[in-house]
Design a protein around this ligand. Structure first.
Ligand code: HEM
Length: 114
């Protein structure tokens, strides 16, 4: 499989994570929130698997600390549904923070700044 395919699948996973987070944070139907939670978990797995595949196949493990930060951001996006359920933050604020963290993760993947 080609490099572009793995990149595309990594980004597809990201799309799934954020579609799901939108429904989890802002949805008002319990059934839909449950389906979104499944999409969230499956998409996170896709992001991680293809992200790690890119990291090792492109021999980027020694390229700096940027990817460690991406794994931390991935973990935060992973606990966001639990924060939403416990109403730790207003739903719009939580979603906004997730979008900002996702943007940072995208920047780190593209720029590999450190
Ligand atoms: C937190 C959620 C994440 C988001 C929003 C995200 C987003 C992105 C985006 C938009 C790119 C640029 C497109 C590309 O080159 O494929 C990228 C690249 C990359 N991501 Fe992620 N990513 C996330 C998590 C991860 C994780 C957990 C890993 C595993 C270590 C990872 C590893 C990589 C690697 C190695 C690249 C560089 C690929 C290249 O240079 O072609 N990402 N990421």
């Amino acid at each position: 499989m080609s490099y572009f395919l793995f990149q595309t699948l990594h980004v597809a996973g990201v799309l799934g994570v954020f579609a799901a987070l939108g429904a989890i944070c802002l949805g008002d139907s319990e059934k839909h929130r449950k389906m979104a939670t499944i999409l969230h978990g499956a998409s996170l797995l896709v992001v991680l698997l293809f992200g790690l595949h890119l990291l090792f196949s492109l021999k980027l493990t020694g390229s700096g600390g940027w990817w460690h930060v991406k794994i931390l951001l991935w973990l935060v996006l992973g606990v966001a549904p639990a924060l939403s359920r416990r109403k730790v933050l207003p739903p719009g604020i939580l979603l906004g923070i997730c979008l900002a963290l996702g943007t940072v993760a995208a920047f780190l993947g593209l720029a590999k700044p450190f």
